[in-house]
Structures are given as C-alpha cells and as structure tokens.
Design a protein around this ligand. Sequence first.
Ligand SMILES: *Cc1c(COP(=O)(O)O)cnc(C)c1O
Length: 417
Amino acid sequence: MHQPAITHLAAADPAVADLVEGEARRQYEKIRLIASENYVSTAVLEATGTVLTNKYSEGYAGKRYYEGQQFVDQVETLAIERAKAVFGVEHANVQPYSGSPANLAVYTALVNPGDKVMGMALPAGGHLTHGWGVSATGKWFDAVQYGVRKDTGRVDLDEVRELALAERPKLIFCGGTAIPRTIDFPAFAEIAAEVDAVLVADIAHIAGLVAGGAHPSPVGHAQIISTTTHKTLRGPRGAMLMSDAKHAKALDKAVFPGLQGGPHNHTTAAIAVALGEAARPAFRDYAAAVVANAKALADALIERGFDLVSGGTDNHLILVDLSNKAVAGKPAAQALDRAGIELNYNSVPFDSRKPFDPSGIRLGTAAITTRGLGVEHMPRLAAWIDQAVAASDQAELDRIAAEIRELLAAHPMPGWV
Ligand SMILES: *Cc1c(COP(=O)(O)O)cnc(C)c1O
C-alpha cells in the first residue's frame, strides 16, 4: 500500500488512486536501474504533498510580489542555507522547476541568442540542454559539441581544449547524462580560463555523490553549478543553481523574472528535507555504497562478456554496448522490464543504430542502493540481466521476475508498506 496512505484520494478519485497504487507496487516489485531515478524518503514524499502547494510567492525571500510569505520565506531560506552548507557554495537558487529550465536560466543569465556555447554531444553522454540540435539550446545558440574518444570511451581533454581555442565559446558545459567516469573539473576549469569562458558544471546525475563525498566537487572550479534534485541527491523533482557570489544576481534574475513565475513551494520544502538528509553521515555511506554497487555490477557484467563503454564505471552509472550480443538496446530493455528489471535503452558513443533503436542500455545503482541491495547482490543481478537479454521465451522472463519479487520482499521501500 502507498505510504503515506492516500485514503482521501481513494475516496474522492478512485481512478487516480488506483493508478498511484499500481505505480507504487510496480516500484516495489522491480529492480529499478534507471540511472536518473531513485526512491525518496517518506519525509520527502510528505513534504511534496503539503498545503505549500496552495501558495504563490513570486520573487525571493523578503522581496515577494504577494503577501502571506511568513512561512514560505523561511522554507525557501532553509533550503538555500542547507544547499550552501551541503555543497560549500556561496550562492544557491532553489526555484528552477527542473534541470532543463535551470540550464536555460544559465544561458539566460550569461549569453545572448546566437552566442557561441560549448557542451558535450548527446550521443557521447551530454544532455539535450547542452546545445544539442533538437533542443532550444541548440537552436537559439551557436553550439559546438565535444565527444569522447572512440578507443577509450572517455572525454579527450586535449580535444576539448583545441575545440575551445578554435571556437572561443562564452559558456562551457561539463557533465552529462550518460557519463560513467569521473568528470575532471580542474581540467575543464583550466580550459575555460584559457578562452575566458564561464564553466558550468551540470551535476544533475552525480549531485548525491558530490554531496556524499563519492565524486570530486566542482566547487572552486566551475563558476556555476546546475543540478536536479531528484537523481542521486534523492530529493523531489526539482533543480538548483549554485554559484560564486559574482554570478548570484544574474542567475537569480534569470530564474525570476527571466524565465519563471511562482516557485513550487511544496517542492522547495521537499528539497530542504532532502538536503537535510544529505547532510547526515548516513548519506556519505549511501553515496559510497552507490559507487561500490556500480563497480561490483560492472565487474559482474564484464565477467559475463558484456562490453561496457569506457570499460567500467567510477560513479553510479554503467553504459553497456550490446553490439557483441545478439540483441539491440530496445528489445533488451523490453525483455528486462518483463523480467522485473527496469532500465532504459541508450545510444552508445559512435552508435551505428538510430537513437530510438540504439545499441546500448544504461544502468544506475542509485535506487537499488536506497532499497538496501549491496555488493553481495550484484553477481546475481548480472546473472539475471544476462539471462533476460538472452532469453528465448517469456516464461523465463516471468521466472526471473518472480525471483526478483522474492528478493525485494526482504528490502523495504520508502513509500510502500
Ligand atoms: C536529468 C538531467 C537534466 C534535466 O533535468 P530534467 O529535470 O529532466 O529537466 C539536465 N542535465 C543533466 C546532465 C541531466 O542528467
């Protein structure tokens, strides 16, 4: 049953309540390996479901355009102060609605339409909002894109430097959405300084690892840090922009009134709760366990003949190139879903297949670590993945799904009792 109980919803609108219950059960019964997903705590869930959703509060604490901010101002200030403490930054804005609008606010703050910007190409592991062509950021700005080396699957910083020197972008994004390796913030900072660009570290995927000390911090290297709050950071769906004092005003103005209206105060409260959790010693253990699980799963997959982009992982994320197996990414992801293992098909660098039917699958260990799975479970998980990808009939997939339900029954899920 969903936790906290949704009794009012069930009485008022059973159709929606049934769907929420169905989704909660699905999350309970599956090994969730989508690298951008997690399970938030029951406290975070409760914060998102409060009367704070009723309140309008355009502006910033102490400077609002609406009255009645006695409590909302304090909620937002608490979230900001916690963000500053957890990440060690001079400035934080907790109002961006999500990661994509947060990144658009960075452009709005620092460049004009048509200006040159640089980011990692989507097929190499970058995010749409780093200037990829189908994104507004690729249409409105003159975006140049760097990739990874074919032989290593990693960013070639000499190549990034050459491109930056030739193109002289005003803004350089580092970070991405399918990068299994440590991001070298000092090296990117050196390149940005050389061409007089502002460096933006988009740590949406790894924010929880940074907060928990399991990935180097971009603070002191990138002038601006953009992050979602709902991936490894284990908060509600939302985002934050952080910066040095110099860029604070421009970022705040870009978020409001530049791009957004009223902030989502219930989300702000839940971000504050998640940051409170991230400040505790247990979160350091969590971040370390996420990385340990990813390494153990990567090793077990390699042992079974899977080809991992870059040969392994340093963080929570694994990108598998299935080209050496008899199956493409999409049918593999579909078979795995039926087998109780949820992940996404993904392009791999230099993919010969189309983005909607690519060669790879992407896995992450943030959610299963929250669920309490440890390194001892990873060889069995790799075996299930191997069996499901090679399975010739649905009965085998259903057998795996039943085994997974049995394993997960011993691992409580926040949001379900
Ligand atoms: C997820 C992600 C985003 C976008 O976040 P949304 O909340 O989905 O808009 C931006 N940048 C990176 C690197 C991401 O991984």
